[in-house]
Write a protein that binds this ligand. Sequence first.
Ligand code: FES
Ligand SMILES: [Fe+2]
Length: 389
Amino acid sequence: MTESHLSDLSDVTKPVSLARGLPNAHYIDEEVFKEERQSVLFDNWAGVGFAHDVPNEGDAMPVDFLGMPLLLVRDAEGNVNVYQNTCRHRGMILVKEKGNIRGTIRCPYHSWCYGLDGALRSTPHVGGPGQNIHEDIKRNELGLFEIRSHVYLGVVFVNVSGTADDFTVAHSELLERWKEFDKPLYHHEDGAFVLEVDSNWKLAVENYSESYHLPWVHPGLNTVSRLEDHYHLEEQYKYSGQGSVVYQQLKGEDGQTFPDFKDLTDKWDTASEYATLYPNVMFGVHRDHSYAIILEPVGVNKTREHVALYYASDEAVGDAYKKLRVTNADFWEEVFKEDIFVVEGMQKGRHGVFFDGGKFSPAMDGPTHIFHEWVATQINNGRAKMAAE
Ligand code: FES
Ligand SMILES: [Fe+2]
């Protein structure tokens, strides 16, 4: 990173009434994108996939996370493990496509094989033809590189750098706030879709953080849950978003509704909440379903939104609820699509050289501002680390 790319972030971390947003370079500049890759996405807990992407023992899914090759694997105990998808021998990519690897992860180059636990199990001909061992090849030292991971509300989070606090410590506040939803979740493939957006991933978070745009961008939603029904979620340095005191369950033609999560407190009879767990996972929780949106930063100005809906019981993902589930998925897809033009419009707006990060409304943009403040703080931490090295 050259000196000229080191943006001045001192205005971003000021109190909301004095602050500006992140400079344009944080949305359009490849060098800054690389800087954020490390200090914002790799140094924290980022979402890279869904646990239901690898439902059965031996299921594996490769993920290219900003160029870092990862492999999600379901092990024999039912846990999801994440490894670097690189063979310890000559660095070949191990798994190219999603599928079941039937017990071992076999490198297609010289056939070294790894267990679902990442341990190096066999090394054919490594000591010469017919010799499957060699004294210099210490299998116990050559397991796959494991990446720290944690599953929360269906999402597989990773901390690539290995330096973040444990997930449950780093995110104790949201875990506490939403502990009533931290239960087994049920997913059906009809509750999944992907949206492509021509914008930097942060603009999706910023738009998701506020309800201010509701009357103009989501007129339909606004008739059910109005702007004045919303409240802010602001946990500095952790998460932000908004909630609504009005949530009406979706009803089928015959009055059918989805079953509720068990043992919810009264608040959730009518409330729903929407928050981004920094950096890149946007959640929504309601009495009868939740969803997660993983923002995959494909490039500085390109983002893929992976959306998955979850229900409270096995019954809700059965045939009897098919129609209602499809209606629900269509509803959310429509809402999220309504946001695309503003997110893409803000991306275009950031090529305007006189834009100065903008002005936050202290009344309406608090949750957006604390996201900017958090990003700026991560970048400053990364720069401090670089300077100390
Ligand atoms: S590179 Fe994987 S076995 Fe040689
Ligand atoms: Fe929106």
